[in-house]
Design a protein around this ligand. Structure first.
Ligand code: IMP
Ligand code: MG
Length: 208
């Protein structure tokens, strides 16, 4: 099918996905979101994500036992996950965000990490939990762990929604993990491909 106005097609598919009561139908709709030539396939449904977020929140609640926490979200990919997670935490949390260099329009990391947007909160003496969307080569998180350790937090842990262990180049400890995923490019639930698809409620694979 040759589609001239792909953004119109995308808008129609989004409308149906939002109103969809039958999860099976969403798969077909993602299939037609072939703007920019990429076919999408649901890998983890929003129901499975919700169950995983609830489990992670209960682990964190249990481990921190009412302590005040500073959550540091890694922008932009973690913002949807973090928004869902904080609403299930029964802890007095504060939030801050850091933005690190991203892939841009490429699917491969450049390997060099830079701080694009700095933290505004003070980390010294705080219990800090990093919230990340996905750990891939490990370069981003290993950089961030070193960066934050130098600021002397009382404790420092990592909560990642996804782990792609097959691509790991630098070993990083993940204290709280949602899903282990295969070596495929993923979008949705905050994750993008060239800034597209962050709004999708499900986690999807991008085909070639
Ligand atoms: P790493 O430094 O290679 O571990 O990459 C980490 C960052 O790359 C993550 O924070 C994501 O923002 C991004 N990333 C890695 N894999 C994917 C993917 O499959 N889809 C979208 N973004 C990804
Ligand atoms: Mg990220």
């Amino acid at each position: 099918m040759l589609v001239q106005d792909t953004s119109a097609l995308e808008r129609i598919a989004i409308k149906f996905i939002r109103n969809d009561t039958n999860p099976g139908e969403s798969s077909k709709l993602y299939g037609i979101m072939c703007c920019c030539k990429h076919q999408l396939e649901i890998f983890i449904s929003h129901e499975e994500i919700a169950r995983s977020v609830a489990r992670l929140a209960s682990e964190i609640n249990h481990d921190y036992g009412g302590k005040a926490l500073l959550l540091i979200g890694v922008l932009k990919g973690s913002f949807v996950f973090m928004a869902d997670l904080i609403r299930q935490l029964g802890l007095p949390v504060e939030m801050d965000f850091i933005r690190l260099s991203s892939y841009g329009a490429a699917r491969e990391s450049s390997g060099k990490v830079k701080v694009i947007q700095r933290l505004s909160a003070s980390v010294k003496g705080r219990d800090v939990l990093i919230i990340e969307d996905i750990v891939d080569t490990g370069g981003t998180i290993s950089f961030l762990l070193d960066y934050l350790k130098r600021k002397k937090p009382a404790s420092l842990r990592l909560c990642a929604l996804m782990d792609k262990p097959s691509r790991r180049q630098i070993s990083v400890p993940i204290d709280y993990l949602g899903f282990t995923v295969p070596d495929k490019f993923i979008v949705g639930y905050g994750l993008d491909f060239d800034e597209k698809f962050r709004y999708l409620p499900d986690i999807c694979f991008v085909g070639d």
